[in-house]
Design a protein around this ligand. Structure first.
Ligand SMILES: [Zn+2]
Length: 282
């Protein structure tokens, strides 16, 4: 009897092991075939599935401090993909693949509803944020109609004016590949007929695709930070995790390497700007 049942166990083990082996071989064949063909497939077919209706579902992807500070080139990263000209007028824009898939789904749904969503700006790394920031700092780009280098001598006051709508390098959510600016970079556009329709649609539907407007009007739930940006939408399932990693890994000592960096600590930009997002996006 004991020998019989031992034989039975042995048989079962052999059957389970061979089935496992077959599954592994099959998975390997599938994977190889997939990667060989993936280049010719469209982004929608090859990219991971979006997490629809999942504002609260956080996807944990561990990233390092340099990533969070935007110190990398998205064009060189496997996790990023170039945005197709169907979705942007400016080529050379990149997004994390997960964000891109979710955006495509949202774009399609909006299109069905007669709304055009166009990416004006996607991932911006440290260097591109530094050039935006420094152009404003040095007066090359006027802010509120002024050359700030001449009009505002005090560095803290100058930084505060730029910070109404622009992040310091190393503190922008655009570094993460999760955030997009849509249609236009001024709130006035969203007061036009076209802009109003797009914004209303986004307010009602973006969360289905995981997107949230991070910079809503400042009120009791968001008392500091950037002014309202109706164009800035964040893919929360990923950004949520990146924000919590940012808080753990980045300190004021990391915010340097650009003009006016010394104001970061005094203005407590991590607490007052990076963390100051709409309650619903946390
Ligand atoms: Zn933005």
């Amino acid at each position: 009897m004991a020998q019989k049942s031992r034989m039975g166990n042995l048989k079962a083990i052999i059957i389970v092991s061979s089935s496992l082996l077959l599954i592994i071989i099959f998975a390997f064949i599938l994977k190889t075939g997939y990667s060989e063909n993936s280049i010719s497939r469209s982004a929608e077919e090859t990219l991971p599935s979006p997490q629809q209706g999942s504002l609260g579902n956080e996807t944990e992807i561990a990233v390092d401090k340099n990533y969070l500070l935007g110190k990398f080139d998205p064009a060189q990263e496997d996790d990023f993909i170039e945005v197709d000209s169907k979705y942007t007028k400016r080529l050379g824009q990149y997004l994390r693949k997960e964000t891109y898939v979710a955006f495509i789904k949202m774009h399609e749904a909006a299109f069905q509803a007669g709304i055009q969503l166009t990416i004006v700006s996607a991932t911006r790394n440290f260097d591109s944020q530094k050039s935006i920031w420094e152009r404003k700092w040095s007066g090359q780009t006027h802010v509120e109609g002024k050359n700030l280098s001449k009009a505002i001598g005090d560095p803290v006051e100058r930084a505060k004016i730029i910070l109404k709508f622009s992040s310091m390098p190393g503190t922008s959510r655009h570094h993460w590949g999760t955030d997009v600016d849509l249609n236009a970079l001024e709130n006035d556009y969203f007061e036009t007929e076209l802009g109003k329709r797009a914004y209303t649609w986004l307010k009602e539907n973006a969360s289905v695709y995981g997107f949230c407007q991070t910079y809503t009007p400042k009120n009791s739930s968001r008392s500091s930070g950037y002014e309202e940006e109706k164009w800035h939408w964040s893919y929360i399932p990923l950004a949520k995790s990146f924000l919590s990693q940012y808080i753990q890994k980045v300190s004021y000592d990391d915010l340097k390497g650009f003009e006016g960096w010394e104001t970061a600590k005094e203005l407590r930009v991590i607490k007052n700007y990076v963390l100051s997002i709409d309650k619903g996006c946390h």
